[in-house]
Design a protein around this ligand. Structure first.
Ligand code: 0A1
Ligand code: ZN
Length: 854
């Protein structure tokens, strides 16, 4: 790798402190001027004679002065060094003027343009593309910003200072790192509201959008207000400025960004109406709005000392947004959804060549570390901490965290120390979760001694911590394993109890039980591990029917489904009765939450099954997995038969549309039934549902059901005719065709879609709609001819020249390559090698290909 790595062990404080920054922007698409005044003084934490090194990339430097005197300074490709000899003693003011070209910025990092609007993305290291600056999170400063431009709306962080025609000034009283800086300018319209915080501060709330989108903001605004209230009630955290602005932008690399007082959102993650967005998207918008808002305390008021500590803000903020969504929508269903996502993304990452610790100790390009491991596993670790110290301990620790570190740039050591200090618990061994990669495997063995102490049941737990890149050996972790015991009638004889597994192997005894109990292990998914608990299909079916822990009840059905599917793939076995009967019973049980029943009907994904087979020592055959999964769906449809129509009818939602969990759960169950019904009736019900749908959830479900049986052409044409002018809805139209293309037709489908005039590779949403879907189509992506591998690599290379960050992220489609047979491995290795060898490849993509090639 040509670019060198940065190491955590090399951390040193920056030799200068920035007290205040004054920025002036003179906006022009091809030549924006940025004038920066930095008020600096030497940092007592870094004594000695130090040059002043400022980061800066792709800037045209026009002038540098210190204390008003011009300095001759020659920048290099990554910044500007001002020799210590040129710096006065005591505080001084450094002024620079640079020119940048936002209209030519296709990487969407720094200041760029999207549909005529100016906007910024500075996390992680984008501010250096705006001006020369110590672009690192431990340099926190107060920002004052003046924007000059011929546009009606000119926004930056903090509170408005003043505005007139063609100018606006903003002042942010809270010191912040440069990655939280934001600027937006454009022809925008606000959807406005307001809220009074619990101490009485009046806060103006605005969601700024392109004209035409103003009727799509109501849900985002409602979500914002709920988030603000929730953070006050649950964490005691209040908002701290007079205004909170959200801006929707069409071209954005990620979901959204928590800039202080000026959150910027991918329009897909904030704009919604019932006609254009599905229930899942409504729920996602709610959680992302909350996530960005929660960052105001966990990320902004307390930020990260360096980028190795990214999980400090991200793991905690994900944990908080998961709690919030659980409180609003029901914890059982939320937990199942979170675990499904964790396994699909994080376990996959942790079990392949890209595995890295939640707190990595080196990186080449930090943008490559905004991963499921840092975010989702980071959140799981906090869930475990909370389980170990209890509700009260957690609250005390968090209060101490906010008290002790407000206004600081902190580390994971600081975070663990507040838990130790608040609860007295030694977290030395627990900290391995942060520093060691890989998903532990926990094996469970049972023993029953009817004659010992009135009936003794013993659970023996053994943990294995598999090697990961650069970490061959690992010690035992602290694993909280939540366990419950049921008697043969299904009654609980032991309510949920946490067993703390701290050694490689440990036994836990339960006495005086009378009859052999059924153990429900890892309730609520109490730790992010792979559980290996060999039990009979009958026992799984028993837990599916009786477990009092909703997560484990669902999990019993899922484990059974995976075992049955694996058996079907490996031996060609038929779909097993206990699974069919168990799932059918659950789906039709009116006492259960419809959302939960819908989840029970969902089959394991093909990628999940491939991972399961690989872990069991098989070489997964994607075509065989695809065929077996279809057989399984057909068998489930046949088993439910006429009940499907009845269930759908029973789930009818009347009255005006509501995106709340109740009605959304009913639609989820109805649509799960529709998908199965379509397997039986040739598409009759789905065609009727498509025509009758009054919201996007029902319409898209019907469309997908039809595409899935190869009968989608008419509905696709109708959908396109209705929505061709709507970029967010059309992303779905692109995506479903690729995800559900017959495996042999995937490459051709993609060729045809990318040839369309409305396929725009510079829009990350559109690019992802097509190429994210390529790898989501497991059997198509892994078709033995290798056509999809080649196609994806070609497009990633093309994108890399314009938007390296998104190209690198999407290259993770290849991360599972070592699971497959020699032929497929050779094909993928060839594509990875071809990408790696391409001259001029970005730092982002070259790091990813190198790591995947290992
Ligand atoms: N901090 C944001 C996510 C984000 C990260 C990086 C970005 O550009 C490289 C953009 C957004 C969040 O957690 O929501
Ligand atoms: Zn975040």
């Amino acid at each position: 790798m040509a670019d060198t790595a940065v190491y955590l062990k090399d951390y040193q404080p920056f030799p200068y402190c920035v007290d205040q920054v004054e920025l002036t922007f003179r906006l022009q698409p091809e030549a924006t001027r940025v004038m920066a005044r930095l008020h600096l003084h030497a940092n007592p934490a870094r004594p000695g004679v130090n040059d002043l090194r400022l980061d800066g990339e792709e800037l045209r430097l026009l002038s540098v002065t210190i204390g008003g005197r011009a300095i001759a300074a020659t920048p290099d490709a990554r910044g500007l060094t001002i020799a210590a000899a040129d710096l006065p003693e005591g505080p001084f003011v450094l002024e620079t003027e640079v020119e940048i070209a936002p209209a030519r910025n296709t990487a969407l990092e720094g200041l760029y343009m999207s549909n005529g609007m100016y906007c910024t993305q500075c996390e992680a290291e984008g501010f250096r593309k705006i001006t020369y600056y110590p672009d690192r999170p431990d340099v926190m400063a107060r920002f004052r910003v003046r924007i000059e431009g011929d546009l009606p709306v000119l926004l930056s962080n903090g509170n408005p200072l003043g505005a007139g025609p063609g100018w606006a000034e903003w002042d942010d009283p809270w010191p912040k790192p440069a990655y939280l800086f934001a600027l937006v300018a454009g022809h925008l319209i606000a959807h406005s509201d307001q809220i009074t915080t619990r101490s009485g501060r009046q806060v103006a709330l605005n969601i700024w959008v392109r004209p035409g989108d103003e009727d799509r903001c109501a849900w985002g605004m409602e979500s914002l207000k709920r988030s603000m209230r929730w953070d006050e009630e649950v964490y005691g955290r209040e908002y701290d400025l007079d205004v909170f602005n959200i801006v929707a932008v069409d071209d954005f690399n990620m979901g959204a960004m928590e800039n202080k007082g000026l959150n910027i959102f991918n329009s897909k993650c904030v704009l919604a109406t019932p006609e254009t967005m599905t229930d899942d998207e409504f729920a996602r918008i709610e959680s992302i709005v909350a996530h960005e808002y929660f960052h105001n305390w966990t990320g902004n008021r307390i930020t990260c000392r360096d980028w190795f500590q990214l999980c400090l803000k991200e793991g905690l903020t994900v944990f908080r947004d998961q709690q919030f969504s659980g409180d609003l929508r029901g914890h059982a269903v939320k937990r199942i959804e979170d675990v499904l996502a964790l396994r699909a993304r994080q376990f996959r990452e942790d079990q392949g060549p890209l595995a890295h610790p939640v707190r990595p100790d080196s990186f080449v390009e930090i943008n490559n570390f905004y991963t499921a491991t840092v975010y989702e596993k980071g959140a799981e670790i906090i869930g475990m901490l909370k389980r170990l110290v209890g509700e009260d301990g957690y609250r005390r620790a968090l209060d101490l965290y906010f008290d002790r570190h407000d206004g600081q740039a902190a580390t994971i050591e600081d975070w663990l120390a507040v838990f130790q200090d608040a609860t007295g618990r030694d977290l030395t061994q627990f900290s391995r979760w942060y520093f060691e990669a890989g998903t532990p495997r926990v094996q469970v063995a049972e023993d029953w001694q009817p004659d010992l102490a009135g009936g003794t049941f013993t659970l023996t737990l053994r943990q294995d911590n598999p090697p990961t890149p650069g970490q061959p050996d690992k010690g035992a972790k602290v694993i909280p394993v939540a366990v419950g015991l049921l008697n043969p009638n299904g009654d609980e004889v032991l309510g949920t109890t946490i067993l703390e597994l701290t050694e490689a192997e440990q036994s836990f005894r339960f006495e005086g039980l009378g009859a052999r109990p059924v153990a429900s292990v890892l309730r609520g998914f109490s730790a992010p591990v792979v559980l290996d608990h060999p039990v009979s299909p009958e026992t799984r079916a028993f837990l599916l029917a009786h477990d009092t822990d909703p997560f484990n009840r669902w999990e019993a059905g899922r484990s059974l489904a995976k075992e049955v599917l694996a058996e079907m793939v490996v031996t060609g076995a038929a779909v097993s009765r206990p699974w069919l009967d168990g799932v059918a019973r659950l789906a039709t049980d009116d006492t259960l939450d419809p959302a939960f029943r819908a989840l029970a009907l969902r089959l394991p994904s093909e990628d999940d099954l491939a991972a399961t087979l690989a872990a069991a020592g098989h070489v997964p055959d994607p075509a065989a997995i695809h065929a077996a999964r279809r057989r399984m769906g057909d068998a489930l449809a046949a088993a439910l038969g006429a009940e499907l129509a009845a269930l759908r009818a029973a789930m009818t939602v009347s009255g005006p549309f509501s995106a709340e969990a109740g009605p959304a759960g009913r639609r989820a169950l109805a649509n799960a039934c529709l998908a199965l019904q379509t397997r039986l009736d040739g598409g009759e019900a789905a065609r009727a549902a498509f025509a009758a749908a009054t919201n996007m959830t029902d319409r898209l479900a019907a469309l997908v059901a039809l595409i899935d049986i190869g009968a989608g052409a008419e509905a696709l044409a109708a959908f396109e005719a209705e929505w061709k002018a709507d970029r967010l809805v059309m992303d779905k139209w692109f995506m479903v065709q690729v995800v559900h293309a017959p495996p042999a037709e995937l490459a051709a489908t993609v060729e045809q879609l990318t040839a369309r005039a409305d396929f725009n590779m510079d829009n990350p949403n559109r690019f992802r709609a097509v190429f994210g879907a390529v790898s989501a189509n497991h059997a198509g992506f892994h078709h033995a001819d290798g056509a999809a591998y080649r196609l994806l690599a070609d497009w990633l290379l093309r994108l890399d020249g314009r938007n390296p960050q998104t190209a690198a992220r999407m290259s993770t489609a290849f991360e599972t390559w070592r699971r497959y047979d020699a032929g497929r491995q050779a094909l993928i290795r060839a594509e990875l090698s071809r990408m790696a060898a391409t001259p001029g490849l970005s730092r982002d993509l070259s790091e990813m290909t190198a790591r995947m090639l290992g």
